[in-house]
Unconditional design. Structure first.
Length: 366
């Protein structure tokens, strides 16, 4: 089931990405000879204006857009039928368009992906509210101040001495400097509120005060305190927050602050999808939106073979008033594609090793 749902999720993302290129190509006056839904053998097709719309056997796996003249760097041959359609409807090849119109086509896929996420998050905010970060107790040391005070695993920490707790860092900042002090903790347990007084103790090994717990973070959706601004712009705020975190994550990978093993490939996504499906439809929708934003950001990176790579070459041409030859673009894109394939193979290897470790761990625990 996880494989099918993962394919559907990725397929929908690819479809909307290609649909974005299609829409902006039409708006730019570029010919679009073909728009295919799915991959594999053709089931049926029909033609409207210059575009032939094809529905293929593997309809859940994305889609494909063919621009008149092909992507820059391909130097694709234009058929006689395509040439006649271009004359009838006064359409242009991609390489005949202005720089601004080319830019709109390249960025169109990412734009539609981001717009889709804004719509999804806006509906979520409208129906169930906005996400509020929470801290949950994941583990307790027996005999610790938290254990003696009656704190339990699964307690959701709301505030300490009236100060709202929205991250484990905020909780630690209060506790670590409060050795010997009475702190009033408000937690939510099984839907009801519970207050308890805990006195943090100084830990020599960590050189700070502790209460003896391990913490986790999650987000819950609530309409409490939500206003008109949240309803109007909540979807955009959430989308750009995820985009910001994605960019920060990419930067941490580049600066080696995060291991490359933290990146999930196709197998890892399938495994994660299988786990998320078990938690309900809402989390699956949120997962789809997050993956969608992540892929949009990755596609916008200035790397050959990606939309960002096309935009970078377009920018270089305009900045230096030059025209990069088709063959050069072709080999740049091929090199970029090969590097991407190598990267995906490495990530897939990490996914497989992680699954093996996961299986061995479960077997030993069983």
């Amino acid at each position: 089931m996880g494989i099918i749902i993962a394919l559907v999720v990725i397929g929908i993302i690819i479809f909307f990405h290609e649909f974005g290129h299609y829409i902006f190509a039409k708006l730019a006056g570029c010919g679009v000879p073909q728009f295919s839904i799915g991959w594999g053998p053709k089931l049926f097709s029909f033609k409207r204006r210059e575009t032939r719309y094809s529905f293929n056997l593997l309809s859940i796996i994305g889609g494909y857009v063919k621009l008149l003249g092909g992507d820059e760097g391909e130097e694709e041959v234009v058929t006689e039928e395509e040439r006649q359609d271009a004359q009838i409807y006064k359409l242009k090849r991609l390489d005949e368009l202005s720089g601004l119109r080319k830019f709109s086509i390249y960025v169109g896929g990412v734009f539609v992906q981001v717009l889709l996420c804004m719509i999804i998050f806006s509906i979520i905010v409208l129906c169930i509210g906005k996400p509020v970060p929470r801290v949950v107790i994941g583990g307790i040391i027996l005999g610790s101040p938290a254990s003696n005070a009656g704190m339990e695993i699964g307690d959701v920490l709301l505030n300490i001495d009236g100060k709202d707790i929205t991250s484990y860092r905020k909780m630690l900042s209060i506790v670590s400097t409060s050795a010997g002090k009475n702190l009033k903790f408000l937690v939510r347990r099984d839907g009801s509120m519970t207050e308890m007084v805990i006195v943090p103790m100084y830990n020599k090994n960590e050189n700070r005060a502790i209460i003896g717990v391990s913490l986790g973070e999650f987000s819950e959706y609530t309409k409490e305190g939500i206003g008109l601004t949240d309803y109007l712009f909540g979807g955009a705020v959430l989308t750009f927050d995820i985009a910001k975190r994605t960019i920060e994550g990419i930067w941490q990978l580049v600066t080696k602050k995060v291991s490359i093993k933290a990146v999930k490939g196709p197998i890892g996504i399938v495994d994660l999808t299988n786990e998320i499906v078990k938690t309900g439809i809402l989390n699956l929708i949120l997962y789809f939106a997050v993956i969608n934003v992540n892929i949009a950001i990755l596609n916008a990176l200035p790397f050959p073979a990606l939309d960002g790579g096309h935009i970078l070459m377009l920018f270089i041409e305009k900045l230096f008033n030059i025209k990069i030859k088709y063959k050069i673009k072709k080999w740049i894109n091929i090199a970029g594609f090969v590097l991407l394939i190598c990267f995906m193979l490495y990530i897939t290897y990490n996914d497989v090793m992680a699954l093996i470790d996961k299986y061995i761990t479960r077997k030993n625990l069983g």
